[in-house]
Design a binder for this molecule. Sequence first.
Ligand SMILES: Nc1nc2c(c(=O)[nH]1)N(C=O)[C@@H](CNc1ccc(C(=O)N[C@@H](CCC(=O)O)C(=O)O)cc1)CN2
Ligand SMILES: Nc1ncnc2c1ncn2[C@@H]1O[C@H](COP(=O)(O)OP(=O)(O)OP(=O)(O)O)[C@@H](O)[C@H]1O
Length: 196
Amino acid sequence: MTTPVPAKRDLRAVVLAARRAQTSAALDEADTALAARLPELVAPGAALTVCAYVPMAGEPGGPGLPDRLAATPGVARVLLPVLRPDRDLDWAAYAGPGSLAPAAFGLREPAGPRLGVTGITTADLVLVPAVAVDRRGTRLGRGGGSYDRALARVSGGTPVIALLYDGELLDEIPAEAHDQRVNGMLTPSGLRRIPG
Ligand SMILES: Nc1nc2c(c(=O)[nH]1)N(C=O)[C@@H](CNc1ccc(C(=O)N[C@@H](CCC(=O)O)C(=O)O)cc1)CN2
Ligand SMILES: Nc1ncnc2c1ncn2[C@@H]1O[C@H](COP(=O)(O)OP(=O)(O)OP(=O)(O)O)[C@@H](O)[C@H]1O
């Protein structure tokens, strides 16, 4: 007999409950360890455009992620998502502390010029939020399908890395046809690349 794979919705609820059960001190410590590993993704002499995100409360990376990334040697430009009414993602450059504006769902978003949904195609590296990822790189997100659409525009050679807390790499997430895989994940314990 095989063990049934729990549905995405159930997996999402389990992982998000585990995040909420962490103390803020434990989350801060994990976010600090994660951020300290950002240089592992970037050659210091590079001048990369990196698509990232502004972590919400309890989301890997912590609120300081855009600043940590912007300060990472080899990162020239940080682009952040702007959620469109149709749940697709527009993109805009991160302009530094104090430049983000409150948006729907408690998100904080850049207020500057929008680059359009194809802004993500200018990225050399894409860091994505995730609830969990499995061994094949199947990503579980918030359920809006935003990154499925955005990542479909990224060319094959561009690394897509999910930021996760330890324990959020799962054996198997039920994959659907539209699901876009990630190439690896960065956790407080290290970078793990998906072979292939
Ligand atoms: N930090 C961060 N930014 C991001 C994402 C993300 O996952 N994390 N997104 C990733 O796509 C996009 C935003 N998508 C989101 C979609 C839903 C919810 C949310 O909180 N949904 C409610 C239910 C909303 C409803 O009423 O339908 C929830 O989950 O409780 C948040 C962000 C773009 N920016
Ligand atoms: N290319 C697409 N165009 C329109 N809708 C899509 C597309 N891809 C996925 N969707 C829809 O989005 C919904 C949620 O998909 P899924 O559960 O994979 O989201 P997710 O990856 O967890 O969310 P997110 O990317 O926002 O974090 C599904 O109902 C799916 O049909």
